[in-house]
Design a binder for this molecule. Structure first.
Ligand code: NAG
Length: 207
């Protein structure tokens, strides 16, 4: 009787230790020279850029680089979505992806890769229309899985140093940006000529 109790106690202790020993570290590498990484798990910010280590699985987390216009759940910005967990059945370990499903959009080049298992396996998105991100909820092929225990996740912003997503000249976003620039230049020109004409008319009034 006492022996059974002892074994039962030991079993509970070991099972508890095994559950507690699962952990996943999420790390940021921000080469953009701006912005604040945001890591959100369970509806609250658990990191502003420093390493975060979960006790047990890290389920349904998102991360993005707050560059000014991102809302709490990363709306207007690119998000990395992940569930990190030790596989308890074949194929049900960790899964990570980049989402650009509207209202998400690429604010800075964004990528991720696993470490401490599945090293270097991941995805990167450097253009607003990259093929490594979700644009529709059924783009499941962009999900990157890992079946290693206690795998970590490195999330990179501007992995090649450039702060604005590069974009082919044919893309509407690029053209829109050119138009905005042109409009801003015209506005500057207009205000200058207004200033000149004001200046001229006031000098005309001088005796
Ligand atoms: C993140 O930054 C905000 C604003 O400065 C602060 O209130 C919060 O405590 C920080 N969170 C963490 C997990 O460091």
């Amino acid at each position: 009787m006492a022996l059974t109790f002892l074994f039962l106690t030991l079993f509970v202790l070991f099972a508890g230790a095994a559950a507690i020993s699962e952990s996943h570290t999420i790390r940021f590498d921000n080469q953009c020279g701006k912005g604040t990484p945001q890591l959100i798990i369970g509806g609250r910010v658990v990191s502003n850029g420093s390493d975060y280590t979960s006790q047990g699985p890290a389920s349904s987390g998102i991360a993005y680089l707050q560059t000014g216009s991102c809302l709490f759940n990363g709306e207007n910005c690119a998000i990395v979505e992940f569930t990190l967990g030790n596989p308890t059945c074949a194929g049900c370990g960790s899964s990570t992806d980049i989402s650009l499903i509207a209202p998400h959009q690429l604010n800075v080049p964004t990528g991720f890769s696993y470490f401490n298992g599945c090293d270097g396996v991941g995805a990167t998105c450097t253009t607003p229309e990259c093929n490594a991100a979700f644009f529709n909820p059924n783009d499941n092929q962009v999900q990157v899985a890992c079946q290693s225990n206690n795998v970590g996740l490195l999330i990179s912003f501007c992995p090649n140093g450039e702060a604005t997503p590069s974009s082919p000249s044919s893309s509407p976003t690029y053209r829109q940006r050119r138009c905005q620039l042109r409009a801003a230049q015209l506005q500057v020109l207009a205000s200058k000529s207004l200033f000149l004409s004001d200046h001229r008319s006031s000098s005309l009034r001088l005796p």
